[in-house]
Design a protein around this ligand. Structure first.
Ligand code: ADP
Ligand code: MG
Length: 335
């Protein structure tokens, strides 16, 4: 395990439950969607932590809770050693500068009526108005131009509107906006999922170059293990609001332990036909169940090909079974 001072973000027991309401006029809460149901993980300075899982597993909710776009139901989000949930308003605003998000759909995250120059300048203007950033109008303009060029666009694009750009270019604009405040941690929520395969690698390369140049730390979300494998140092696999396995990316890819990870991996095509033949294909049947009921056993029980009696009664906890390799599965540790 890394030394404490290497850890930039330490998430403990994070939960985010959304109330389910019923009734047209007098709304009453009839249940909760347990989108994130108690997760623990840490991200070390300068690394890329991958977060993977099928759609609906709670990946976006995790990122949004970390970015303080959602108030967590429970848990701690320790950023540089301070719990964000306990900060006073001004301190929180200051901390928010250091964590920025990149979204899957760059078009939806850009205001169609705002020039891209204004979109990139906006975070700086907001923070300047709040007195948290000392910067002049001219400096903002210069920085917008520099950012445009740094993400591979032209400074002459400042007065254009989002619809004039392709999907890949829009994602570059989203990245420039996320970089505007010089963040330390970038929460990238499926940043290439909406892009053509040919464009995906360009954006991944850009993100990697920016990481090196600015010493950025990433939480990188994808539903596709093929994408996450190359860019991540470590990967956390999420299922129904919980983390079921965390390991170094290469280890997870070569020796996955959790049946869910194995199933996700068996869906990834391997270029080498010999390896492809040797690897047993596991087809994941059914969809992710709705996360609105209280659970007593393993969350993956219904879809698991290796389920045992004990898995129905006890919830397996994420347990370190090898150095730096944690898994929540009774095939690998005792209850
Ligand atoms: N604002 C919300 N209100 C109610 N339910 C939500 C909300 N956001 C997400 N959910 C539910 O929480 C679960 C996890 O969603 P999400 O975090 O978007 O998953 P992922 O990003 O892995 O696809 C899903 O069942 C989703 O329907
Ligand atoms: Mg999502």
């Amino acid at each position: 395990m890394a030394e404490g001072n290497n850890i930039l973000l330490d998430v403990r027991g994070l939960k985010k439950h959304f109330p389910i309401e019923e009734g047209a006029i007098f709304k009453r809460v009839v249940g909760h969607v347990r989108a994130v149901d108690g997760i623990d993980f840490e991200i070390r300075k300068g690394e890329t932590m991958g977060l993977v899982g099928e759609s609906g597993c709670g990946k976006s909710t995790t990122a949004r809770a970390i970015a303080q776009l959602y108030k967590p139901t429970a848990g701690e989000i320790n950023f540089e050693g301070r719990d964000l949930c306990c900060l006073k308003r001004q301190e929180l605003l200051r901390a928010r500068m250091d964590l920025q998000m990149i979204f899957q759909d760059p078009y939806a995250s850009l205001n169609p009526r705002m020039t891209i120059g204004s979109a990139i300048a906006e975070p700086m203007e907001i923070y300047a108005r709040r007195g948290l950033l000392k910067i002049t109008r001219q400096e903002i303009r210069k920085r917008v131009e520099d950012l445009l060029e740094r993400v591979g666009l032209s400074r002459y694009f400042v007065n254009r509107f989002p619809h004039e750009f392709s999907g890949g270019q829009k994602q570059r604009i989203g990245i420039a906006r996320a970089l505007a405040l010089n963040p330390k941690l970038i929460l990238a929520d499926e940043p290439v999922s909406a892009l053509d395969v040919s464009i995906q690698s360009q954006i991944l390369n850009l993100l990697r170059d920016l990481q090196e140049e600015f010493g950025l730390t990433y939480l990188f979300i994808a539903h596709d293990l093929a994408v996450i494998h190359h860019i991540s140092n470590r990967v956390a696999v999420m299922y129904l609001g919980v983390i079921v396995e965390i390991a170094e990316s290469a280890v997870l890819y070569e020796e996955p332990l959790h049946p869910y990870t194995r199933a996700l991996l068996s869906a990834v095509p391997i270029p080498d036909p010999a390896v492809e033949r040797a690897r047993q294909r596991i087809i994941l049947e059914g969809d992710v169940p709705s996360p609105d009921r209280e659970r007593h056993g393993c969350y993956f029980y219904d879809r698991c090909s290796q389920r045992m009696e004990v898995c129905k009664i006890n919830i397996p906890r994420l347990t370190e079974v090898k150095p730096n390799h944690r898994v929540a599965c009774y095939l690998h540790h005792s209850p």
